[in-house]
Ligand binder design. Structure first.
Ligand SMILES: Cc1cc2nc3c(=O)[nH]c(=O)nc-3n(C[C@H](O)[C@H](O)[C@H](O)COP(=O)(O)OP(=O)(O)OC[C@H]3O[C@@H](n4cnc5c(N)ncnc54)[C@H](O)[C@@H]3O)c2cc1C
Length: 458
């Protein structure tokens, strides 16, 4: 339905200052712009001030059959927050209240627009830990983390974002607020609607607030970085470490291409011949960490060229800064990349690591990978010069083949970033007709006019 003056009507709900022209940046893009130049123009951008206004905006859009695109911090890697076909972008960045925080009960109720870093700081400053730590915490929002069920390095020990959610408040079609769960930690009444909203990428409702649980912060942490001559020996060492009974908080890896691109930024020199990195973080009591670090060094030593043990907290931070800079260092090699986030059973990691470079070579593109080894989660990168349509086409073919490989190995086309816009169509390949039909039926039941982030997560 054409709407004569969305700006004026929406201003009546959220105030004139909080309705922006649809072309306002950065609301037309997320982090896929950096890599793929994906970009959209909305009919309008609205910034509601509370949950009630979010529901009113949704009701107004639903009535007029205007698509609604929920937007968190815009750090997504799947184009989920991009208004590719117009519609109203609903930005949550003004919903930043901590509604309640009870450190003694390890819990809080926060609004969706609070940044991930703010939630983590709130926990940390009160002796608690909020474990999910996806890589752009100062910008991503807790609502976006829950809407994508984000992971990050510590997901190996602590699980993904949804594990830390005990309740969700959301605006749902045709424009009402619903609360599912709350501060109660256990709840098996009814279908698990809370976890249906977790990871739904804005296609089933707009999350306005979340009840979170925390854990007491571990007393200490320590890291171990082990370097290997090839992925086979590195992946075998990961199996050895996990088989020995160690429970690291994080088990990360990087392959030769990533080490080539980022090795110069490692404060300690990259050991000669290093073609594969395994990076562990261990946490717990001071005694536990001391003991498990020794065990980790022993378990990782088979086949290792060298093992690095940071001497103090400053060296620890430097090591993880290096890890955080690997993605940008890889992009800088040619200026652009198509990147995937497939996941496979952890014992098949080596097949995917080798597969990425083989697929890239077949299509004439430099390729490398890094990721969360303990979860078998591989960020396969196919490098290209931005603006070269032939390279982009080949990179997409590489992505398709990598997804096929992950499915053949019993894995998933997305372990972290979601399907969004850029991976549309892939889910059916993973789930088959019956599974995809159930998925579509849920969408039709909760969003009968298909206006909540249409075209995404399909
Ligand atoms: C440098 C870097 C490192 C990253 N590392 C990781 C990582 O380790 N692990 C990982 O999982 N991800 C990672 N990401 C991806 C990204 O940070 C996560 O997906 C994050 O959770 C997205 O949050 P956001 O607030 O930016 O969401 P956006 O990008 O704004 O939106 C993402 C999706 O969620 C929907 N959405 C957002 N907010 C809401 C809401 N309140 N209600 C309903 N739907 C909503 C949007 O419609 C969209 O579909 C990384 C990104 C960057 C740039």
């Amino acid at each position: 339905m054409a709407v004569a003056s969305p700006m004026r009507d929406l201003a009546a709900i959220v105030g004139a200052d909080n309705v922006l022209p649809g072309s306002t940046e950065p609301y037309g893009r997320d982090f896929t712009y950096e890599i793929l130049r994906l970009h959209g123009v909305a009919d309008a951008v609205v910034r509601p001030g509370d949950a009630g206004e979010v529901a009113e905006v949704l009701a107004w859009c639903y009535d007029r059959e205007l698509p609604v695109i929920p937007r968190g911090g815009g750090t997504g890697y799947a184009g989920g927050a991009v208004p590719v076909d117009g519609g109203v972008v609903v930005a949550l960045d003004r919903l930043t209240r901590v509604r309640s925080f009870e450190p003694h009960w390890w819990r809080a109720e926060v609004e969706a627009g609070l940044t991930t870093a703010t939630v983590s700081r709130l926990a940390r400053e009160n002796g608690l830990l909020f474990p999910p730590n996806p890589g752009a915490p100062e910008q991503s929002q807790i609502g976006g983390n829950v809407a994508t069920n984000a992971g990050g390095p510590r997901a190996f020990k602590y699980g993904v974002a949804g594990r830390w959610v005990t309740g969700i408040e959301a605006a749902v079609a045709p424009g009402e607020l619903v609360r599912i769960g709350g501060a109660t930690r256990k709840d098996v009444a009814g279908y698990d609607l809370r976890n249906l909203l977790v990871g739904s990428e804005g296609t089933l409702g707009i999350i306005t607030a979340i009840w979170l649980r925390f854990v007491p912060a571990p007393e200490a942490s320590a890291s171990v970085a082990a370097f290997y001559p090839d992925p086979v020996s590195g992946c075998a060492a990961i199996g050895q470490a996990l088989g020995s009974g160690l429970v690291p908080a994080a088990v990360e890896y990087a392959d030769a291409g990533v080490l080539d691109a980022s090795g110069g930024a490692l404060e300690a020199e990259l050991p000669a011949g290093a073609r594969f990195l395994v990076l562990l973080e261990l946490d717990g009591s001071t005694d536990e960490v001391r003991r498990s670090r020794e065990e980790a060094v022993e378990a990782l030593s088979d086949g290792a060229i060298s093992i690095l043990r940071p001497a103090d907290a400053a060296e620890e931070r430097a090591l993880w800064r290096w890890r955080a800079g690997m993605g940008p260092a890889v992009t800088a090699v040619t200026g652009g990349r198509v990147s995937e986030d497939v996941a496979v059973p952890a014992d098949r990691l080596v097949d995917v690591v080798v597969g990425v470079t083989e697929i890239g070579a077949r299509h004439g593109l430099p390729a490398c990978s890094l990721g969360h080894a303990g979860d078998g989660n591989v960020h396969g990168c196919f490098l290209l010069v931005p603006g070269d349509p032939d390279q982009l086409e080949r990179a997409y073919r590489c992505s398709d083949e990598l997804c096929e490989l992950a499915l053949t190995l019993g894995g998933t086309v997305s372990g972290e970033h979601g399907i969004g816009w850029i991976k549309r169509g892939r889910m059916t390949r993973q789930w088959g007709a019956v599974g995809a039909g159930m998925h579509a039926a849920v969408k039709a039941a909760l969003d009968p006019k298909n206006l909540l982030n249409p075209g995404k997560k399909t």
